[in-house]
Design a protein around this ligand. Structure first.
Ligand SMILES: [Mg+2]
Length: 223
């Protein structure tokens, strides 16, 4: 193990089929005591869970507190795990094979996500890909993606510093560049390959379906 690669989750590894959005509505009602009317309009692309719930509270005219936020996260984790147990996340084509191949190249794999810790692992577990990852940083660590990335970098195995970050939005690319990491982008999410290239990704992949090509692309950047 000589280097680590960190992955975003939603839009990069899998799609939770809208389970997150529903769970946000239920958890907000439980923790903040009011209905949030714009659940269908929440933008999760490149967002962090901490930022999303803080904005929901502001829009609802509620003063947020750490206690309310923690209660929200607790209910969110329970609701989402329950939903994902019956409606499994869609793991994108080639993802398990790509993760297995990177592991065989002696790379350590980690998570950098705006999801809170419990929902991040819940999505990976229900998607059957949790076993590939050995560290991570999450949306309840901080509300800004580049600060979450800083924590993921700090948590990597000491023998395998983080060299590559893989995500599906310009915000992932920006976070990678902030920390001098190689930015790999995949267009399986909600941003086109052209826009990801424009945002400065070092490598843009349409998806992970061609394992050999994807692994070669990452290994070339590591040379
Ligand atoms: Mg994403």
């Amino acid at each position: 193990m000589n280097k680590s690669v960190i992955f975003d989750i939603d839009g990069t590894l899998l799609y939770a089929r809208g389970s997150g959005r529903q769970a946000f509505g239920t958890a907000f009602r439980a923790a903040y005591g009011v209905e949030y009317c714009n659940v269908d309009k929440i933008c999760f692309v490149g967002a962090t869970d901490s930022n999303v719930v803080r904005n929901m509270a502001i829009e609802s005219g509620i003063t947020n507190t750490p206690a309310l936020e923690e209660h929200f996260f607790m209910v969110l984790a329970r609701e989402l795990d329950r939903a994902l147990a019956t409606q499994k996340p869609l793991v994108y084509a080639g993802v398990p094979e790509f993760l297995a191949a990177l592991t065989q190249c002696s790379l350590a794999l980690g998570i950098i996500t705006g999801n809170i810790r419990s929902t991040a692992w819940s999505k990976l577990r229900h998607g059957g890909i949790d076993r590939f990852f050995c560290f991570g940083a999450y949306g309840d660590d901080h509300h800004e993606r580049s600060e979450i990335a800083r924590r993921a970098i700090r948590r990597a195995p000491s023998a395998a510093p983080v060299a590559v970050m893989i995500g599906d939005t310009p915000l992932d690319i920006q976070a990678a560049k902030t920390h001098n990491l190689i930015a790999v982008a995949v267009a399986t999410g909600w941003v086109s390959a052209a826009d990801l290239a424009e945002a400065g990704a070092d490598l843009v992949l349409d998806d992970f379906s061609d394992t050999a090509r994807c692994v070669a692309g990452v290994m070339n950047l590591l040379r």
